[in-house]
Design a protein around this ligand. Structure first.
Ligand code: SF4
Length: 136
């Protein structure tokens, strides 16, 4: 795991080949995007990369990666489901990470389908813990 790539390598790859971009230091790793995607695990996988959690303490963590971007229909359900704003369309990426995280955290209780209840579903809490190296 120590030879895991830096998150920027995945980011640069997404810039070239995907309709979406993930600003990985903002990603919590709860896999809400994969749950929301109609094609789920046909498009997404979780992979190890060196990345911080919300800008704190970089280490190897598991994060969603688009392994089959060609299957994506660009419906943006995953973008809507992302609780932190890390996941964005490639032509509108995160420009101000701190503001993006603050804005998305504040709006979470008011989001329709993908609100706090969705984020704290048992499966997402378990994936958050697993993908951040915490005990399940
Ligand atoms: S845009 Fe739609 S199809 Fe593409 S990865 Fe997101 S949820 Fe899946």
């Amino acid at each position: 795991m120590n030879d895991a790539p830096d998150w920027r390598e995945y980011y640069r790859e997404m810039e070239k080949s995907s309709p979406l971009l993930i600003r990985y230091p903002l990603c919590g790793g709860g896999e809400e995007c994969i749950t929301a995607c109609p094609y789920g695990e046909s498009i997404w996988a979780v992979k190890p990369m060196k990345v911080s959690l919300f800008g704190v303490r970089e280490k190897v963590r598991l994060r969603p990666v688009m392994v089959n971007p060609g299957l994506c229909r660009n419906c943006q359900l995953c973008v809507e489901a992302c609780p932190t704003g890390a996941l964005r369309p490639v032509d509108n990426p995160v420009k101000h990470p701190f503001l993006t995280l603050a804005y998305n955290t504040l709006r979470l209780p008011f989001k329709g389908k993908y609100n706090v209840k969705f984020v704290f579903r048992k499966e997402h809490v378990e994936r958050f813990r697993k993908n951040n190296g915490l005990e399940v």
